[in-house]
Design a protein around this ligand. Structure first.
Ligand code: UDP
Length: 160
């Protein structure tokens, strides 16, 4: 087990990202991870899993009254997902910018959703929408000892 440093803020901010079943099927796993790596963010947890409907219902609990909730849970449990935790300065906000908007039609070219998908209900990636959501989602998807504390030798070239 690791002893974690202070608060997960500043350059230690973390977000939960997941490549959805369509992203896995469409072989976008490497492409998506490559973009976050090149940006300068640090991968601190990753696992491939076939998420249960129970986990996904809890993950999307805030959307339980929306008409697409049932279909969303079915889609997300229809194949493997790549669940990840990424760390870095303003990673929650920046990862959302890199993903693009919920609806791919509103996503600019150069964003993940803008470049790789067209349908709002097949939008290849999930990312936490706030630090509070990130904390909740990381705790839901990962055990503490699955989060890896490590020093990246390039850090002094990415941060002043
Ligand atoms: N979604 C959908 N139909 C809609 C809106 C959303 O199928 O009209 C799905 C889509 O996969 C989206 C997810 O529900 O990514 C969660 O919706 P949210 O509004 O939280 O968007 P996100 O935070 O993923 O951009």
């Amino acid at each position: 087990a690791h002893i974690f440093p202070t608060a997960w803020t500043g350059i230690n901010e973390r977000t939960f990202l997941a490549i959805k079943p369509d992203g896995c099927q469409r072989r976008l796993v490497g492409e998506i991870i490559k973009r976050l790596e090149r940006k300068g963010f640090k991968l601190v947890a990753m696992k491939m899993m076939h998420a249960s409907e129970a986990l996904l219902k809890e993950h999307y609990i805030a959307l339980r009254d929306r008409p697409f909730y049932g279909r969303l849970v079915k889609y997300m449990s229809s194949g493997p997902v790549i669940a990840m935790v990424w760390q870095g300065l303003d990673v929650v906000k920046t990862a959302r910018l890199m993903m693009g908007e919920t609806n791919p039609a509103d996503s600019l070219p150069g964003t993940i959703r803008g470049d790789f998908c067209v349908d709002v209900s097949r939008n290849v990636i999930h990312g936490s929408d706030s630090r509070e959501s990130a904390q909740r989602e990381i705790a839901l998807w990962f055990k503490d000892d699955e989060l890896i504390c490590w020093d990246q030798s390039t850090e002094s070239w990415i941060y002043e």
